[in-house]
Design a protein around this ligand. Structure first.
Ligand SMILES: NC(=O)c1ccc[n+]([C@@H]2O[C@H](COP(=O)([O-])OP(=O)(O)OC[C@H]3O[C@@H](n4cnc5c(N)ncnc54)[C@H](OP(=O)(O)O)[C@@H]3O)[C@@H](O)[C@H]2O)c1
Length: 322
C-alpha cells in the first residue's frame, strides 16, 4: 500500500512516500480502506519527536480517519463495507496510508449527511472538545465559557458544542477570524492581538469573570485564563508550554484565592464520545470546518502550514486524489 512515512523524528522533510505491505488485523480489529485522513497539530508534534517513546519506524502519522471496512476481526462490531470514522490511537501507526488497522471499540459509523472528507475533519478535535467541556469542565447551560483559540480545529468545534449546550461563549482569536467565530456561535469575540483579555472579560461579565475557560494555546494564555475566571471557576488546559516555571508559580498563586479547579487534558480514544459527536453532526449542531483538501504527496507542505498555529479550518487528505 502507498503510505507517507518517516524514518525518524525531524522536520517535515523526513516525510516520504513509500510502498509497503498492509498491516495485519487481529481480534476485535478492523482493516479500514482509508478514504480521507484529517491532519492535527499532534501529527507534527509526534513527527518532531514528542510522544515517540517506543514508536516503530518507519512510522506513519495521521489519526483522524474516515474509510470503509475492508475486513473485520472476530468479535469486531462492524462488517466489511461499513463506512466508519474515528480518532485513532496516537501510540500506534496512523493513517497517511491506503489502509489502516484500528480497534473497533473506538470507531463509529460515518454520519450519512457528511462526506468522507468532512467526517475525517471531526474526530480528534470533536472528542477533545466533548471530553474538555463535559468530562472535565462539566459545563452547564447559561454558564459563561471563555475559549482561547476559538478559530482553530478544537476551538471551532468547542464553540459550536458549548453554544448547543446553551452556554454563553466568549471566543478569543485574531481580528480576521472574529466574524467566523461569531458565526460558529460565540456571543462575544475578543481579538487577542489588540485587547487586554482580562479587562475585556471583566467588562463583558461585569466583574464576575467566566465560569469555565478552555485554553488551547498555553503560556501567557494560561495566565490570562486564570485572570478571567470567576470564583470557583474551572480551567481546562490542553497545550504544553516551555521555559515558564517562574510565570507558572505566579499564576498558580493567583489561582489559589479563587479556588480554581485546573484540569490538564489528554484526549482519550472513545467510542462513546464518537457516538455523541455523530449525534451532534447528524443533527447539524456541529458543522465540519474544512479549509483545504490535499493529496497524500502534499502532506509535508501541510505540516509546514499547521506548524504556524494560525488560520482556521482543517486540512484533510483525500486518498482518491493524486
Ligand atoms: N491535550 C489534548 O488532548 C489536545 C487535543 C487536541 C489538540 N490539542 C492541542 O491544542 C492546540 C490547538 O489545537 P487545534 O487543532 O485547535 O490547532 P489549530 O487548528 O492549528 O488552531 C490554532 C489556532 O490557534 C489560534 N491562536 C494562535 N495563537 C493564539 C493566541 N495567542 N490566542 C488565541 N488564539 C491563538 C489561531 O487563531 P488565529 O489564526 O486567529 O491567530 C488558530 O486558529 C494544539 O497545540 C494541539 O496540539 C491538545
Amino acid at each position: 500500500m502507498k503510505a507517507m512515512v518517516a524514518d525518524g523524528p525531524g522536520g517535515p522533510e523526513v516525510l516520504r512516500l513509500e510502498d509497503m505491505g498492509k498491516q495485519g488485523h487481529g481480534r476485535g480489529e478492523l482493516l479500514v480502506r482509508v478514504v480521507a485522513c484529517g491532519l492535527n497539530p499532534v501529527d507534527y508534534k509526534i513527527r518532531q519527536g514528542y510522544f515517540s517513546q517506543g514508536r516503530a519506524y518507519p512510522a506513519i502519522y495521521g489519526f483522524d480517519v474516515c474509510g470503509e471496512v475492508e475486513a473485520a476481526g472476530m468479535g469486531a462490531a462492524f462488517a466489511p463495507g461499513d463506512e466508519v470514522y474515528y480518532y485513532a490511537d496516537l501510540t500506534k501507526q496512523g493513517a497517511y496510508a491506503e489502509y489502516h488497522v484500528v480497534d473497533s471499540a473506538i470507531v463509529d459509523y460515518k454520519p450519512e449527511n457528511l462526506t468522507p472528507v468532512e467526517a475525517a475533519s471531526l474526530p480528534l478535535a470533536g472528542v477533545t472538545a466533548i471530553q474538555a467541556l463535559f468530562g472535565k469542565a462539566r459545563l452547564q447551560p447559561m454558564e459563561r465559557i471563555l475559549i482561547v483559540g476559538a478559530a482553530g480545529g478544537v476551538g471551532s468545534l468547542a464553540t459550536q458544542i458549548a453554544a448547543w449546550r446553551g452556554a454563553q461563549v466568549i471566543g478569543v482569536c485574531s481580528g480576521p477570524n472574529m466574524e467566523y467565530v461569531r458565526r460558529l456561535g460565540a456571543e462575544q469575540v475578543v481579538d487577542y492581538t489588540s485587547a487586554n483579555l482580562a479587562e475585556e472579560i471583566s467588562r463583558i461579565t461585569r466583574g464576575e469573570g467566566v465560569h469555565v475557560a478552555l485554553d488551547l494555546i498555553g503560556g501567557e494564555s494560561f495566565a490570562n485564563c486564570v485572570e478571567c475566571l470567576g470564583q470557583e471557576g474551572r480551567l481546562v488546559f490542553l497545550n504544553a508550554f516551555s521555559n515558564w516555571e517562574k510565570r507558572l508559580m505566579e499564576t498558580m498563586n493567583k489561582a489559589r484565592p479563587k479556588n480554581l479547579a485546573i484540569f490538564c487534558e489528554m484526549a482519550k480514544n472513545s467510542g462513546e464520545d464518537m457516538r455523541m459527536l455523530s449525534f451532534l453532526a447528524r443533527k447539524g449542531f456541529v458543522k465540519p470546518q474544512v479549509k483545504q483538501v490535499i493529496e497524500l504527496i502534499e502532506t509535508p507542505e501541510a505540516h509546514r502550514r499547521l506548524e504556524t498555529m494560525h488560520g482556521r479550518g482543517k486540512i484533510v487528505i483525500d486518498m482518491s486524489k493524486g
